[in-house]
Design a protein around this ligand. Structure first.
Ligand SMILES: C[S@@+](CC[C@H](N)C(=O)[O-])C[C@H]1O[C@@H](n2cnc3c(N)ncnc32)[C@H](O)[C@@H]1O
Length: 332
Protein backbone atom coordinates (compact mmCIF):
# COMPACT_ATOMS: atom_id res chain seq x y z
CA UNK A 1 0.00 0.00 0.00
CA UNK A 2 1.55 3.29 -1.10
CA UNK A 3 1.23 5.96 1.59
CA UNK A 4 1.43 9.77 1.71
CA UNK A 5 -0.98 10.35 -1.13
CA UNK A 6 -4.58 11.14 -2.05
CA UNK A 7 -6.29 8.63 -4.32
CA UNK A 8 -9.16 9.76 -6.50
CA UNK A 9 -11.61 6.91 -6.04
CA UNK A 10 -14.60 5.66 -4.10
CA UNK A 11 -13.42 5.02 -0.54
CA UNK A 12 -15.37 1.73 -0.34
CA UNK A 13 -13.20 0.34 -3.13
CA UNK A 14 -10.05 1.89 -1.68
CA UNK A 15 -10.63 0.61 1.85
CA UNK A 16 -10.87 -3.00 0.62
CA UNK A 17 -7.31 -2.80 -0.70
CA UNK A 18 -5.80 -1.61 2.57
CA UNK A 19 -4.17 -4.49 4.49
CA UNK A 20 -6.37 -5.48 7.43
CA UNK A 21 -5.23 -4.11 10.79
CA UNK A 22 -2.71 -1.63 9.36
CA UNK A 23 -4.05 1.87 10.12
CA UNK A 24 -3.49 3.72 13.43
CA UNK A 25 -6.08 6.49 13.08
CA UNK A 26 -9.03 7.09 10.76
CA UNK A 27 -10.73 10.49 10.68
CA UNK A 28 -13.93 10.45 8.59
CA UNK A 29 -16.10 13.46 7.78
CA UNK A 30 -18.60 11.88 5.37
CA UNK A 31 -21.36 13.79 3.60
CA UNK A 32 -24.11 14.33 6.21
CA UNK A 33 -27.01 13.50 3.82
CA UNK A 34 -28.48 16.97 4.14
CA UNK A 35 -28.56 17.95 0.48
CA UNK A 36 -25.23 19.79 0.60
CA UNK A 37 -23.80 20.69 -2.81
CA UNK A 38 -20.63 18.82 -3.78
CA UNK A 39 -19.36 18.78 -7.34
CA UNK A 40 -19.81 15.04 -7.94
CA UNK A 41 -21.46 13.40 -4.93
CA UNK A 42 -25.27 13.69 -4.51
CA UNK A 43 -25.88 14.37 -0.82
CA UNK A 44 -29.53 13.33 -0.79
CA UNK A 45 -30.06 9.59 -0.39
CA UNK A 46 -33.07 7.86 1.07
CA UNK A 47 -32.32 7.42 4.79
CA UNK A 48 -32.00 3.60 4.60
CA UNK A 49 -29.75 3.86 1.57
CA UNK A 50 -27.51 6.34 3.46
CA UNK A 51 -27.35 4.07 6.50
CA UNK A 52 -26.53 1.00 4.39
CA UNK A 53 -23.84 2.96 2.56
CA UNK A 54 -22.42 3.97 5.96
CA UNK A 55 -22.35 0.30 6.98
CA UNK A 56 -20.30 -0.53 3.88
CA UNK A 57 -17.58 2.12 4.26
CA UNK A 58 -17.73 1.74 8.05
CA UNK A 59 -16.93 -1.98 7.82
CA UNK A 60 -13.97 -1.05 5.62
CA UNK A 61 -12.71 1.40 8.24
CA UNK A 62 -13.01 -1.12 11.07
CA UNK A 63 -11.22 -3.80 9.02
CA UNK A 64 -8.36 -1.41 8.18
CA UNK A 65 -7.81 -0.27 11.78
CA UNK A 66 -5.06 -1.81 13.91
CA UNK A 67 -6.27 -3.69 17.01
CA UNK A 68 -5.31 -0.61 19.08
CA UNK A 69 -6.51 1.83 16.40
CA UNK A 70 -8.79 4.85 16.77
CA UNK A 71 -11.68 6.13 14.67
CA UNK A 72 -13.03 9.70 14.81
CA UNK A 73 -16.33 10.39 13.03
CA UNK A 74 -17.57 13.92 12.24
CA UNK A 75 -21.34 13.90 11.74
CA UNK A 76 -24.32 16.28 11.82
CA UNK A 77 -27.44 16.11 13.99
CA UNK A 78 -29.56 14.35 11.38
CA UNK A 79 -27.74 11.01 11.50
CA UNK A 80 -25.44 11.25 14.56
CA UNK A 81 -27.53 8.91 16.71
CA UNK A 82 -28.00 6.27 14.02
CA UNK A 83 -24.33 6.29 13.03
CA UNK A 84 -23.25 5.93 16.65
CA UNK A 85 -25.38 2.79 16.89
CA UNK A 86 -23.95 1.42 13.65
CA UNK A 87 -20.33 1.87 14.73
CA UNK A 88 -20.87 0.82 18.34
CA UNK A 89 -23.52 -1.88 18.23
CA UNK A 90 -23.12 -3.32 14.73
CA UNK A 91 -19.43 -2.79 13.95
CA UNK A 92 -18.19 -3.36 17.50
CA UNK A 93 -16.25 -0.17 18.27
CA UNK A 94 -16.18 1.38 21.73
CA UNK A 95 -17.21 5.06 22.01
CA UNK A 96 -14.82 6.94 24.35
CA UNK A 97 -16.18 10.48 23.91
CA UNK A 98 -19.02 12.24 22.15
CA UNK A 99 -17.35 15.60 21.52
CA UNK A 100 -19.32 18.60 20.34
CA UNK A 101 -17.46 21.06 18.14
CA UNK A 102 -19.23 24.38 18.58
CA UNK A 103 -18.44 27.03 15.97
CA UNK A 104 -19.55 30.54 15.20
CA UNK A 105 -20.18 31.88 11.67
CA UNK A 106 -22.62 29.04 10.91
CA UNK A 107 -24.72 29.41 7.74
CA UNK A 108 -27.95 31.29 8.50
CA UNK A 109 -31.24 29.45 7.83
CA UNK A 110 -34.66 30.93 7.08
CA UNK A 111 -37.02 28.93 9.25
CA UNK A 112 -34.76 27.14 11.73
CA UNK A 113 -31.82 27.90 13.97
CA UNK A 114 -28.46 28.11 12.22
CA UNK A 115 -26.23 25.07 12.58
CA UNK A 116 -23.44 25.91 15.01
CA UNK A 117 -22.11 22.51 15.97
CA UNK A 118 -20.87 19.21 14.59
CA UNK A 119 -20.58 15.96 16.51
CA UNK A 120 -17.15 14.33 16.78
CA UNK A 121 -17.48 10.72 17.93
CA UNK A 122 -14.29 9.20 19.27
CA UNK A 123 -14.23 5.39 18.91
CA UNK A 124 -11.53 2.84 19.67
CA UNK A 125 -11.30 -0.84 18.78
CA UNK A 126 -10.01 -1.92 22.17
CA UNK A 127 -10.95 0.17 25.25
CA UNK A 128 -7.94 -1.25 27.12
CA UNK A 129 -5.36 -0.43 24.44
CA UNK A 130 -5.45 2.76 22.41
CA UNK A 131 -3.40 5.92 21.93
CA UNK A 132 -4.44 8.96 23.93
CA UNK A 133 -1.63 11.50 24.22
CA UNK A 134 -2.72 13.83 27.01
CA UNK A 135 0.40 16.05 27.13
CA UNK A 136 0.12 16.74 23.40
CA UNK A 137 -3.32 18.31 23.65
CA UNK A 138 -3.30 20.16 26.99
CA UNK A 139 -4.89 23.62 26.97
CA UNK A 140 -4.60 26.49 29.49
CA UNK A 141 -7.13 26.22 32.29
CA UNK A 142 -9.69 28.83 33.39
CA UNK A 143 -7.48 29.29 36.46
CA UNK A 144 -4.77 30.53 34.10
CA UNK A 145 -6.91 32.40 31.56
CA UNK A 146 -9.61 33.93 33.72
CA UNK A 147 -8.69 33.93 37.37
CA UNK A 148 -4.88 34.35 37.44
CA UNK A 149 -4.94 31.63 40.08
CA UNK A 150 -1.51 30.64 41.39
CA UNK A 151 -2.75 27.02 41.75
CA UNK A 152 -3.08 26.73 37.95
CA UNK A 153 -1.13 23.84 36.51
CA UNK A 154 1.42 25.51 34.18
CA UNK A 155 1.07 22.55 31.82
CA UNK A 156 -2.67 23.23 31.39
CA UNK A 157 -5.40 20.64 31.33
CA UNK A 158 -7.09 18.12 29.03
CA UNK A 159 -9.70 19.76 26.74
CA UNK A 160 -13.38 19.37 27.62
CA UNK A 161 -15.62 17.46 25.24
CA UNK A 162 -17.35 20.65 24.05
CA UNK A 163 -15.07 22.44 21.62
CA UNK A 164 -16.22 26.04 21.04
CA UNK A 165 -15.31 29.09 18.97
CA UNK A 166 -15.83 32.18 21.07
CA UNK A 167 -15.27 31.30 24.72
CA UNK A 168 -14.16 34.88 25.38
CA UNK A 169 -17.87 35.77 25.33
CA UNK A 170 -18.67 33.20 28.00
CA UNK A 171 -15.48 32.85 30.03
CA UNK A 172 -17.04 30.67 32.72
CA UNK A 173 -18.65 28.22 30.30
CA UNK A 174 -17.38 25.78 27.68
CA UNK A 175 -14.23 25.16 29.67
CA UNK A 176 -11.60 23.60 27.45
CA UNK A 177 -11.45 20.38 29.45
CA UNK A 178 -15.11 19.58 28.69
CA UNK A 179 -16.90 17.98 25.76
CA UNK A 180 -18.04 20.94 23.69
CA UNK A 181 -15.02 22.12 21.73
CA UNK A 182 -14.47 25.66 20.50
CA UNK A 183 -12.75 26.28 17.14
CA UNK A 184 -13.73 28.75 14.42
CA UNK A 185 -15.19 27.29 11.26
CA UNK A 186 -12.82 28.12 8.39
CA UNK A 187 -14.67 31.18 7.01
CA UNK A 188 -14.33 32.83 3.62
CA UNK A 189 -12.15 35.63 4.97
CA UNK A 190 -9.73 33.39 6.88
CA UNK A 191 -6.14 33.07 5.63
CA UNK A 192 -6.48 29.32 6.16
CA UNK A 193 -9.41 29.01 3.73
CA UNK A 194 -8.54 27.03 0.59
CA UNK A 195 -11.62 28.55 -1.07
CA UNK A 196 -12.85 25.69 -3.24
CA UNK A 197 -14.53 23.32 -0.75
CA UNK A 198 -17.37 24.40 1.52
CA UNK A 199 -16.67 21.85 4.28
CA UNK A 200 -13.03 22.63 5.04
CA UNK A 201 -12.25 21.71 8.63
CA UNK A 202 -9.84 23.78 10.72
CA UNK A 203 -6.30 22.48 11.04
CA UNK A 204 -6.32 23.23 14.76
CA UNK A 205 -9.28 20.91 15.33
CA UNK A 206 -7.73 18.13 13.26
CA UNK A 207 -4.43 18.79 15.00
CA UNK A 208 -6.02 18.04 18.37
CA UNK A 209 -7.52 14.80 17.06
CA UNK A 210 -4.32 13.65 15.37
CA UNK A 211 -2.02 14.60 18.27
CA UNK A 212 -4.30 12.90 20.79
CA UNK A 213 -4.88 9.70 18.87
CA UNK A 214 -1.66 8.96 17.00
CA UNK A 215 2.11 9.25 17.31
CA UNK A 216 4.67 10.62 14.89
CA UNK A 217 5.37 8.20 12.04
CA UNK A 218 2.01 6.43 12.42
CA UNK A 219 -0.63 6.21 9.66
CA UNK A 220 -3.65 8.52 9.44
CA UNK A 221 -6.40 7.67 6.94
CA UNK A 222 -9.21 9.97 5.70
CA UNK A 223 -11.74 8.18 3.46
CA UNK A 224 -13.52 11.47 2.54
CA UNK A 225 -10.72 13.85 1.58
CA UNK A 226 -12.81 16.97 0.81
CA UNK A 227 -10.40 19.92 0.88
CA UNK A 228 -7.59 17.72 2.20
CA UNK A 229 -7.28 19.32 5.65
CA UNK A 230 -6.84 16.01 7.49
CA UNK A 231 -4.00 14.94 5.20
CA UNK A 232 -2.32 18.36 5.26
CA UNK A 233 -2.48 18.43 9.07
CA UNK A 234 -1.21 14.85 9.33
CA UNK A 235 1.74 15.69 7.06
CA UNK A 236 2.60 18.82 9.09
CA UNK A 237 2.53 16.71 12.25
CA UNK A 238 4.92 14.10 10.85
CA UNK A 239 2.36 11.32 10.38
CA UNK A 240 2.11 9.08 7.31
CA UNK A 241 -1.21 9.55 5.57
CA UNK A 242 -3.59 8.18 2.95
CA UNK A 243 -6.80 9.72 1.61
CA UNK A 244 -9.60 8.90 -0.78
CA UNK A 245 -11.78 11.43 -2.57
CA UNK A 246 -14.49 10.73 -5.15
CA UNK A 247 -14.21 14.03 -7.00
CA UNK A 248 -11.37 14.31 -9.54
CA UNK A 249 -11.31 18.09 -9.11
CA UNK A 250 -11.11 17.98 -5.29
CA UNK A 251 -8.48 15.22 -5.46
CA UNK A 252 -6.34 17.30 -7.82
CA UNK A 253 -6.56 20.32 -5.53
CA UNK A 254 -5.81 18.21 -2.43
CA UNK A 255 -2.65 17.02 -4.18
CA UNK A 256 -1.63 20.66 -4.78
CA UNK A 257 -2.21 21.49 -1.11
CA UNK A 258 -0.13 18.48 -0.09
CA UNK A 259 2.67 19.44 -2.48
CA UNK A 260 2.84 22.88 -0.86
CA UNK A 261 2.85 21.48 2.69
CA UNK A 262 6.08 20.75 4.54
CA UNK A 263 6.55 18.34 7.44
CA UNK A 264 6.90 20.28 10.70
CA UNK A 265 5.21 23.43 9.37
CA UNK A 266 2.99 25.09 12.01
CA UNK A 267 -0.75 24.49 11.81
CA UNK A 268 -2.83 27.43 10.57
CA UNK A 269 -5.24 29.17 12.93
CA UNK A 270 -4.77 29.93 16.59
CA UNK A 271 -4.22 27.08 18.99
CA UNK A 272 -5.73 29.35 21.66
CA UNK A 273 -9.06 30.44 20.14
CA UNK A 274 -10.23 31.46 23.59
CA UNK A 275 -7.77 34.31 23.75
CA UNK A 276 -7.02 35.12 20.13
CA UNK A 277 -10.45 36.22 18.88
CA UNK A 278 -11.34 39.89 19.35
CA UNK A 279 -13.54 40.64 22.34
CA UNK A 280 -17.11 41.68 21.59
CA UNK A 281 -16.60 44.59 24.00
CA UNK A 282 -14.62 46.17 21.15
CA UNK A 283 -17.16 45.18 18.46
CA UNK A 284 -18.35 47.53 15.72
CA UNK A 285 -21.92 48.10 14.63
CA UNK A 286 -23.25 49.74 11.47
CA UNK A 287 -25.89 52.47 11.74
CA UNK A 288 -27.00 54.48 8.73
CA UNK A 289 -24.00 53.14 6.85
CA UNK A 290 -21.48 54.25 9.51
CA UNK A 291 -19.39 51.82 11.54
CA UNK A 292 -19.46 52.82 15.21
CA UNK A 293 -17.86 51.23 18.23
CA UNK A 294 -20.36 49.41 20.43
CA UNK A 295 -19.86 52.04 23.15
CA UNK A 296 -20.45 54.98 20.81
CA UNK A 297 -23.53 53.30 19.34
CA UNK A 298 -24.97 52.55 22.76
CA UNK A 299 -24.56 56.21 23.70
CA UNK A 300 -26.72 57.29 20.74
CA UNK A 301 -30.46 57.65 21.35
CA UNK A 302 -30.92 57.11 17.61
CA UNK A 303 -30.28 53.41 18.18
CA UNK A 304 -33.92 53.14 19.03
CA UNK A 305 -35.31 54.18 15.66
CA UNK A 306 -36.95 51.06 14.20
CA UNK A 307 -36.26 52.09 10.60
CA UNK A 308 -32.51 51.91 11.02
CA UNK A 309 -30.58 49.03 9.58
CA UNK A 310 -28.26 47.50 12.15
CA UNK A 311 -25.87 44.63 11.52
CA UNK A 312 -24.08 43.12 14.45
CA UNK A 313 -21.95 40.26 13.21
CA UNK A 314 -19.92 39.93 16.38
CA UNK A 315 -22.23 41.10 19.16
CA UNK A 316 -23.96 38.77 21.51
CA UNK A 317 -27.77 39.39 21.24
CA UNK A 318 -28.06 39.86 25.00
CA UNK A 319 -25.36 42.53 24.93
CA UNK A 320 -27.21 44.22 22.10
CA UNK A 321 -30.53 44.13 23.92
CA UNK A 322 -28.83 45.50 26.97
CA UNK A 323 -27.37 48.37 24.96
CA UNK A 324 -30.74 49.21 23.42
CA UNK A 325 -32.44 49.24 26.77
CA UNK A 326 -29.67 51.20 28.45
CA UNK A 327 -29.80 53.82 25.70
CA UNK A 328 -33.58 54.02 26.11
CA UNK A 329 -33.31 54.41 29.86
CA UNK A 330 -35.16 51.13 30.39
CA UNK A 331 -34.31 48.20 32.54
CA UNK A 332 -34.07 44.67 31.23
C1 LIG B 1 -17.80 16.66 4.22
S1 LIG B 1 -16.67 16.54 2.90
C2 LIG B 1 -15.13 16.29 3.70
C3 LIG B 1 -14.52 17.60 4.15
C4 LIG B 1 -13.15 17.45 4.76
N1 LIG B 1 -13.23 16.88 6.08
C5 LIG B 1 -12.41 18.77 4.81
O1 LIG B 1 -11.96 19.20 5.89
O2 LIG B 1 -12.30 19.40 3.78
C6 LIG B 1 -17.05 14.97 2.24
C7 LIG B 1 -16.28 14.63 0.96
O3 LIG B 1 -16.49 13.25 0.67
C8 LIG B 1 -16.45 13.09 -0.73
N2 LIG B 1 -17.07 11.75 -1.03
C9 LIG B 1 -18.37 11.44 -1.08
N3 LIG B 1 -18.54 10.11 -1.29
C10 LIG B 1 -17.31 9.58 -1.36
C11 LIG B 1 -16.82 8.26 -1.53
N4 LIG B 1 -17.65 7.21 -1.71
N5 LIG B 1 -15.48 8.07 -1.53
C12 LIG B 1 -14.63 9.11 -1.37
N6 LIG B 1 -15.04 10.38 -1.19
C13 LIG B 1 -16.36 10.62 -1.18
C14 LIG B 1 -17.17 14.30 -1.27
O4 LIG B 1 -16.83 14.56 -2.62
C15 LIG B 1 -16.70 15.40 -0.28
O5 LIG B 1 -15.61 16.10 -0.82
Amino acid sequence: MELNQIQQRDCIEGLVEIPAGSIDLVFADPPFNIGYTYDVYEDKRAADDYLNWTRRWGAGVVRALKPDGTFWLAIGDDFAAELKIIFQRELGLCCRSWVVWYYTFGVQCKFKFARSHTHLLHFVKDPQHFTFNIPAIRVPSARTLVYGDSRANPDGRLPDDTWILRPQDIPDKFQPQEDVWYFPRVCGTFKERAGWHGCQMPEQLLGRVIKASSNEGEIVLDPFGGSGSTLVTAKKLGRKFLGFELSPEYARRIQSRLDETRIGEPLLGSDLPATSAPSTANGKIRINNKRLSAKAAAAQGSLLQPSESIQLPTLNPLDLLHQFCTAAGKKL
